[in-house]
Design a binder for this molecule. Structure first.
Ligand SMILES: C[S@@+](CC[C@H](N)C(=O)[O-])C[C@H]1O[C@@H](n2cnc3c(N)ncnc32)[C@H](O)[C@@H]1O
Length: 342
C-alpha cells in the first residue's frame, strides 16, 4: 500500500489505495477501540510504554502503529516512538472537531457487515442487516448501550460544525419551541438554543437514546431548556413546535416512510410551522459527490436513500410542506427549508 501522501503514485498503486480502503476504516477504529489514541493524547510515547499501559504485546502493537502512520493518523519519530498528527487528534475523545464516534461506528459490525453484502443490496434494493446482524439496524443498536452511545457520538461529530452554521444563519428567536426530531444527543439543538436564549427545545428520539441525550445536555447546561421525549415517529405523537429540525432523518427511510414522518409532523404542527432539514443533496447533473456514497450506505444499512433537490420538493409537496430553499453548507450538507402549507 502506498502512503496517501506519496506523490505521483502509479496507477496500480493508486488503485491499491482504493481497493484497500476498508483496511483504513479498521485501523482507525482499532486505534480508538484499543485506547491507543488516548495513550498518545499527552504527546509522543514509545511503543513499549503504550503496550505496557494497555497490556498489549509490543511487537503486534508496533505493527498497528505503523499502519496508523500510513493512514495519516500518527508519526513515528524517533524510532518506535509515536505521536498523533493533527488529523489523528480528531480521534481523541471530546476534543473540538472530534470524529472518534464516527471511527467507532463505521468500523463496528453495524456498518461493516451489511457493506460486505453491497452486491445483494443492489440486487434486491433492500438493506442487508437482517442477514448480517439478525435484525434491523436500529434494533441492533438499541440492544446495546455501548453501540447506542457510539452511534450517537458519531452523529454528534457531524452536528457541531453545521449546528454553528445553522444557528448563525437563522434567527430562531421568534420561534418559541424548536423540536429536533430524531435529535440523538441534541448537539444540533444545543447550538440553536445557545445562540437563541429565548427558545425552548424539544428533543424527540427513541427511548434508548434519551439517557445519552440527557447526559450530553446536562453537561452543556441546557437540560432545563429541553423537553426530552422518547418515542417512535411512526407510532407516537410527535410533539408540537413552531420549528422542526430533521438532520439525517429522511435519508434513513425510503419514500413511503419518509413521507409518513413528514405527514405526521405536519398533522401535529401549528400553521406557519417551519421545517429545517439537513441532508446531503445529490447533484442532478451527474457530478461526483459524497452524497452518492452516503446513498449506498443508506441502501446497505438502513434501506433509505439520499435525494436530489427535486425529490425533496416532491416529497414535501405530497405531505403538506412547501419547499422554500436549499442552501449548501461548508460541511457538504445542505439546509433544506420548508414551511407548512395551509
Ligand atoms: C442518522 S441518526 C441522526 C441523528 C441526529 N438527527 C443527527 O443528525 O445527529 C437518526 C436518528 O433517528 C432516530 N430514530 C430512528 N428510528 C426512529 C424512530 N422510529 N422514532 C424516533 N427516532 C428514531 C435514531 O435513534 C437516531 O438518533
Amino acid at each position: 500500500m502506498v502512503p496517501p501522501s506519496e506523490p505521483r503514485a502509479s496507477p496500480t498503486a493508486q488503485f491499491m489505495q482504493y481497493v484497500t480502503g476498508y483496511w483504513i476504516t479498521q485501523i482507525l477504529g482499532t486505534l480508538v477501540r484499543l485506547e491507543v489514541v488516548e495513550q498518545l493524547a499527552g504527546g509522543p510515547r514509545p511503543c513499549a510504554d503504550v503496550a505496557r499501559a494497555l497490556g498489549l504485546e509490543g511487537q503486534h502493537l508496533y505493527r498497528l502503529l505503523r499502519g496508523g502512520v500510513t493512514a495519516g493518523m500518527l508519526v513515528e519519530a524517533p524510532p518506535r516512538t509515536f505521536a498523533l498528527t493533527p488529523l489523528g487528534e480528531a480521534l481523541r475523545r471530546g476534543v473540538p472537531g472530534s470524529m472518534r464516534g464516527m471511527a467507532l461506528t463505521m468500523s463496528n459490525p453495524g456498518h461493516w457487515l451489511p457493506w460486505g453484502q453491497l452486491g445483494e443490496a443492489v440486487r434486491t434494493g433492500k438493506p442487508r442487516t437482517l442477514e448480517t446482524l439478525g435484525m434491523d439496524f436500529w434494533g441492533w443498536l438499541n440492544r446495546d448501550p455501548v453501540l447506542t452511545e457510539e452511534f450517537a457520538e458519531a452523529m454528534g461529530n457531524v452536528s457541531d460544525e453545521v449546528g454553528v452554521e445553522l444557528a448563525a444563519l437563522h434567527d430562531f428567536s421568534s420561534l418559541a419551541r424548536v423540536a429536533d426530531i430524531g435529535g440523538s444527543q441534541g448537539v444540533l439543538l444545543g447550538h440553536v438554543l445557545k445562540a437563541h436564549p429565548g427558545c425552548r427545545g424539544i428533543l424527540f428520539d427513541q427511548p434508548a437514546v434519551i439517557p445519552s441525550a440527557r447526559a450530553r445536555l446536562e453537561a452543556q447546561g441546557l437540560a432545563d431548556r429541553v423537553d426530552l421525549v422518547g418515542g417512535d415517529f411512526f407510532a407516537s405523537g410527535i410533539p408540537e413546535a413552531e420549528a422542526y429540525l430533521l438532520k439525517f432523518i429522511l435519508h434513513d427511510w425510503p419514500d413511503t416512510q419518509a413521507s409518513r414522518i413528514l405527514q405526521r409532523i405536519h398533522d401535529g404542527s401549528p400553521s406557519r410551522a417551519r421545517l429545517f432539514v439537513l441532508e446531503q443533496v445529490i447533484p442532478d447533473d451527474g457530478s461526483p459527490s459524497f452524497a452518492s456514497l452516503l446513498d449506498l450506505n443508506m441502501l446497505a444499512v438502513v434501506g433509505g436513500k439520499e435525494r436530489t433537490g427535486e425529490e425533496f420538493r416532491t416529497l414535501f409537496a405530497a405531505t403538506g410542506w412547501t419547499l422554500e430553499g436549499i442552501s449548501p453548507s461548508r460541511t457538504g450538507m445542505s439546509l433544506i427549508e420548508a414551511r407548512r402549507g395551509q
